[in-house]
Design a binder for this molecule. Structure first.
Ligand code: ADP
Ligand code: MG
Length: 267
């Protein structure tokens, strides 16, 4: 047994990273969008992923979350290969049911909140646990209220999305993702669609989530958040990782011209 797979007392494998990409590539037709991406996010860590539009950030998150399938390289979440099953030395595409089961452990928050407009905040948060996990309705409601409290919206449980601000809707979307008890949370520009005065309340919720030990990958242009909260900062451009490291170091002393040029635009 390699040191990587030694189980701990809790049954978890302590040294397996939550996300590991090894030379991951992905093309759409002749457009190679991810070019041999390698990176790692350890359990409990926050990684901020930055880079210009079109650099492949969303595609990378979508690969982690089973929304796209990598064409080459190895992508694992919690030690389990994403999208494929390994039998012997051959890879087989995962059956949709197996993929769906793996996907339940991953929460994703998009730029657009995508709440169900005909459901209250609480109903939005309860939906997946009840429908997908078959959770008891009363229990799901109690837990839903708890999660809404946690994002500062206990008093809005019965409000419909149309009556909530963008920042409040995004906080409901975070609560909704948390309702499935994910072990990993992916954020794809969660504050980009918000009016500037609403950005802080969403970042505060994400900050608290990070402090609670959640493993997170956050695509964002909020460099203050990256500096303060992230354990690592990855700069992508043209489908490659140009530079990665400690956020404070990368931000204050970028090594590559492309990183410098990008940062000069967003800082
Ligand atoms: P980013 O999130 O960094 O802005 P994306 O991952 O969204 O970048 O996109 C990277 C490239 O992949 C872009 O050129 C985009 O047009 C292309 N792309 C993304 N999704 C698809 C798709 N489903 N089909 C074809 N091309 C796509
Ligand atoms: Mg994107």
């Amino acid at each position: 047994m390699s040191p990587e797979t030694v189980p701990t007392a809790s049954g978890a494998t302590a040294t397996v990273p939550m996300v590991r990409a090894e030379r991951v590539s992905k093309s759409f037709g002749s457009n190679q969008v991810l070019k041999s991406i390698s990176l790692e996010v350890k359990r409990g860590e926050v990684m901020c992923l930055v880079g210009p539009s079109g650099s492949g950030k969303s595609t990378f998150l979508r690969c982690i979350n089973h929304l796209e399938r990598v064409d080459a390289g190895r992508l694992t979440v919690d030690g389990v290969l994403v999208g494929y099953e390994e039998r012997g030395d051959k890879l087989y595409e995962l059956r949709p049911k197996v993929a769906a089961a793996q996907r339940r452990d991953i929460g994703m928050v998009f730029q657009r909140f995508n709440l169900f407009p005909h459901m209250t905040a609480l109903e939005n948060v309860m939906e997946a646990p009840v429908l997908v996990k078959g959770a008891n309705k009363a229990k799901a409601a109690a837990r839903g209220r708890e999660l809404l409290e946690r994002v500062g919206l206990g008093h809005k449980a019965d409000a419909y999305p149309a009556h909530l601000s963008g920042g409040q809707q995004q906080r409901v979307a975070i609560a909704r993702a948390l309702a499935m008890d994910p072990k990993l949370m992916l954020f794809d520009e969660p504050t980009s669609a918000l009016d500037p005065e609403l950005v802080g309340e969403v970042l505060d919720v994400m900050k608290a989530l990070a402090a609670s030990g959640m493993t997170m990958i956050v695509v964002t242009h909020e460099m203050g958040f990256a500096r303060e909260v992230a354990d690592s900062l990855v700069f992508m451009d043209g489908g490659v990782v140009v530079e990665a490291g400690d956020p404070v170091e990368v931000l204050s002393n970028p090594q590559h011209q492309r990183t410098k040029a990008f940062l000069s635009k967003v800082l």
